[in-house]
Structure formats: C-alpha cells, structure tokens
Design a protein. Sequence first.
Lengths: 265, 243
Amino acid sequence: MVNRLFNLIRVGDEPSAPRSRLLELAHCLLALALLSGGFTYAFSQFDYQWNWRVLAEYQPLLWRGWWTTVALSLAALCLSVLIGMVVALALLSRLPVLRYLARIYVEMVRGTPLLVQILICFYVFANAVGIQDRYLVGIMTLSLFSGAYVTEIFRAGMESVGRSQWESARAIGLTPAQTYRYVVFPQALRQTLPPLAGQFVSLIKDSSLLSYISIRELTFAAQSVTSLTYSSLEVYLPLALGYLVLTLPISLWTQALERRVHFHT
Amino acid sequence: MQLRVDKITKRFGAQLALNEISLGLDHCRTLALIGPSGGGKSTLLRVLAGLEYPDSGTLEIDRQEISFREEALNRHRRSVGVVFQAFNLFPHLTALGNLTLPLEKVQGISREEADARARAVLGQVKLLEHANKRPAELSGGQRQRVAIARALVIRPRFLLLDEPTSALDPEMTAEVLDMIKDLREQDHDFVLVTHEMGFARQVADQVAVIAEGRLVESGPAEALFANPAEAFTRRFLARILRY
C-alpha cells in the first residue's frame, strides 16, 4: 500500500510533464474543479446576505490601504536587504563580539512572534528614542524582523561558495576584499535570489500585522470597512486577492529562478 | 628556474605533511614530483605556489628568498601560475572572464588589452571558439585547458600543476598532457605533481620522489626512472607500473 503511494512520486530528476499537453490541461482543470467544488460547498453552507455595494462604496479606502501595503513592503524590503548584508558579514567576522551580536539578533528575532516584536518596538523602543511616526516604526520593525531571515539567506549563500574558489582567488593574487567583490558575492547572489524572493512573499503578508498599531495598510482598511458596515466577506475576499496579486508573481518568478541557478566549476 | 627548499616543515594539526624537506636544483626546466598519495608532494607544490605558510624552513626561487608574510606571499603568487586538480575555474564567469579577471584586477591592465591578451592565449590552447562559454558548458578537458590558460595569461615565471589530469578520463587526459608538452616546447618552466609516470618520464628533466613528508631521492628523469638509487623508489615504480 505504502509502496503503491510512493509510485506516484517522481524519482530524482525524472521529468514531471505527463504524456501530452492536452492531458496536462485536463489535470489542471481537474485540480481547479476539485478546489472550486470545495469552496462552493463551504460557502453554500454559510448563510450569508451578500452586499457587494459596500465594496463599491468603500473602494477608495481599500485602494489607499493596498498602496500603503505596497509602499511599506517595498521600504521594508530594501531595508531588510541592507540589514541582512551587514549582519551576514558580522556573522562571518573575525571579531567574536560582532559574531555574538549578530547571532543573538538573528535568534531573538526568529524565535519570537512578529506581533510581539511590533508591540514591544512600538510601545517601548520607539517611545524610548522618541520616534512618533508609527509608519516609521512599522517599517523599521518589519525590516528588523525580515532582516534576520535575510541574514541567514545571505550567510548560507556566501558559505555555499566553496573553499576551492577562495583558493583559486588567492592563487591568482586577489586580495580578500577583491575575492568577496569579484568571486564570492556574484556567486552567492545567484544562490540567494530564490530564497530571497520567498522571503519577500512572507514580508508582504507579514505587513498585515502592522494593523495592530493602527497603520492604515490593506488589512487595517478592510477591518475599518467591516466595522463600519458589518459586511465582512465582501471585504475579506478582495483583501485576500489584494495580497495574492502581489505575492503570486514573486512566487512564480522564484520558481523560474530556481530552475536556472545550478552550475558547476 | 633555480629552486632551493631548505628544511621546510608543515603540519596540519597532528599530521606532519612535510618533515624538514630539502631539495636543491640549480637549473631545472621541468620538475616532476612523484610519490605515494598523501606523501606530501601536493603540499610541497602549494608551498612553492605561496598557498601554504610553512611552520619552519626557507624557500629560495631564482636566487631570491621567499618571505612567508602574507604581503610578500601575495606578490609571489601573482608571479606564478597554478593549475589545480579540480580546475577551480570561476563558474559565474565565461572562459574569457576567467582569464581577464587576474589581468584587470590584479595586474591593473585595461579591459581592451586584457581582452586581447586573453583571446590570444585562448587561441593558443585552441579554445577561442569557446571564449564566451561558462565552465559548466565545457568538457572536463576543455575546463582544464581554460585553467591552464588562466595560469599562463599572467605571463608567470613558471607554472605549478597539481595533478592536472587526475579528475579526467583517459581521452581528456591525453588532450591535457599534449597541451602541457606543447608548453614545454614553448619554453615554459613548470613543476608538476603527477601520477602519470610515462608522462613524467617524457616531459620532466628532473624528478623528485617524495614520501612521508621527506625527499626520498631526486635526479635527472631518465636516470631516476631507469635506475633508481633507493629501494623505496624501485618498489614504488614497480607497484605503479604493474598495470
């Protein structure tokens, strides 16, 4: 029985394409039909008065929220890459104090919930240093959170560049700085792009938690509309769609990247 | 080249890779280092390449003592060409890019000139048509030829080849050995670590047998292969030439 099940799983790099394009299309449609069947059943069991006029009426508010989400995510994305680079280098530093600082930062951030970090940053740290702008606090918290994951991605990328590469760089007389610049970084970048793109998908979704400190991003806008109109699904479904149009292209791009990154010395 | 290795010792942890090894050659075009695996010949080659810091001893090349401080060693590395067993090309660069990187970044040569010089050397190793391919698109023999071209393009004082054919199948081995023979005829000096005894006998004028971190014996290739002085060398050659 178990053996039978495993027969359905591909082995190694056996090609995934079934016999013909037509058959592939049929499988795809079947998958969609199964899923939409499930959804239709769930929604039909749900006794609900649809009121789509709400959406038309509050559309501007939702759009503004969507753009805020895009802007917050973009800003946090750039900052987290910057943080990731600096902290990854600190992790590889010769100075133990830098390594410990970096390691503690990464483990603290990865080991605690983002919501807790947002609340602590907003109510304690931002208050202590006198930052009033909640958007700034939001972007910084999100960047620090995402930066810890980006750090690990960069570290893994740099460590994936083998000893033999350092050796040939040394043999041709490159200095350590030149070796990083011309040999390690270009190769590490290729290794890190797919996981980095995946991290950005998470970042976009995680930005929804900023609604807890009243940042008017997409989720906050949706919550405002439901509390004003008492209609929830007409808002939550577009809400999901609003995130999906941002994350899905990145996800597809990631998959394309993953197919391209492999090469040998 | 002139070479004087004097009582060089190199440890890796508890393991003694080179044990006060000494070797003097006043004039040598091609030196082959042979001996059993793990005997220290690759480590000696890496010391000559400036890639290892010996624990003690001195090294003199062309009547100049090599200082084992990083700065001086880096200057030394820039003057010699090294070829590794596993090619060690830069996978993100094309064949041409692998050659121009040391020229542009280490020697500070302009892009146009580096490009012209790299193309000339690629032509010499008959790989000009593959100049814009990445290592992954080349065969093993072609990769090793690019690696040799990368070592040559800097116009080194001499070449150091560390088992350049050990990772290749027989056909590609012949391709690379032919090329090394050509280099010898073009008056390039080199030191070669190899397990190809027939080849060592053909191209080397001096041979050093190294085992357990020490020099067993050294001498002119023809004489050493025909009539080894040491029983160890006789046994080693008999073992390796049996098949």
